[in-house]
Design a protein around this ligand. Structure first.
Ligand SMILES: [Zn+2]
Length: 141
C-alpha cells in the first residue's frame, strides 16, 4: 500500500483561503469585463480603422475571459478535491504531489513527473519521445 502524506489542517485551510480569494477576484474581474463589453456595445464609431482596433481589443478581451473561465474551472475543481480530501494527490499515479509544488501551483492535478509526461503525450510529435523516456525511466528504477 502506498503511503499517503496528509496535508495538515492549517495548510488545507491556507490553500482553501487562497483558492477562494482567487475565485472571488476572478469572478469580479470577469463580471466587470462583461459589463464593460456591454457598455461599449452599440457605441462603435463607423470608421473602419477604429473598428479593426476595437475588434482586436475585443479578441483580446474574449481570450482573456476564456482563460479566466478555464482558471475558474480549475479553482472549482481544486476546491472540490479539497472537500473530498483528494486534494494534493496526483491524478495519474495517486502519489502526494508535494507541498512545494502545490504552493507554486495550487491547481496542480498531477505530480511533476506525470505532468511532464502528460504534456509530452499531448503533442503527437512528442509521443514517441515520451515512450522512449518512459522506458528509460523504468530502467533507472
Ligand atoms: Zn504522478
Amino acid at each position: 500500500m502506498k503511503l499517503r502524506t496528509r496535508l495538515d489542517h492549517r495548510t488545507t485551510m491556507e490553500i482553501q483561503r487562497f483558492l477562494r480569494a482567487r475565485q472571488a477576484e476572478l469572478t469580479e474581474s470577469m463580471r466587470s469585463a462583461v459589463t464593460r463589453r456591454c457598455a461599449t456595445e452599440g457605441s462603435r464609431p463607423a470608421d473602419s480603422a477604429v473598428w479593426a482596433a476595437e475588434t482586436l481589443e475585443d479578441e483580446i478581451q474574449v481570450a482573456l475571459i476564456e482563460r479566466q473561465t478555464r482558471v475558474l474551472a480549475q479553482i472549482e475543481a481544486a476546491l472540490e478535491r479539497l472537500d473530498l480530501r483528494a486534494y494534493g494527490y496526483c491524478d495519474d499515479c495517486t502519489e502526494f504531489i508535494g507541498l512545494p509544488r502545490l504552493r507554486a501551483l495550487p491547481f496542480a492535478k498531477r505530480c511533476r513527473d506525470c505532468q511532464s509526461r502528460a504534456e509530452l503525450c499531448a503533442r503527437p510529435e512528442m509521443e514517441a519521445l515520451a515512450v522512449v523516456s518512459g522506458l528509460r525511466m523504468r530502467r533507472e528504477l
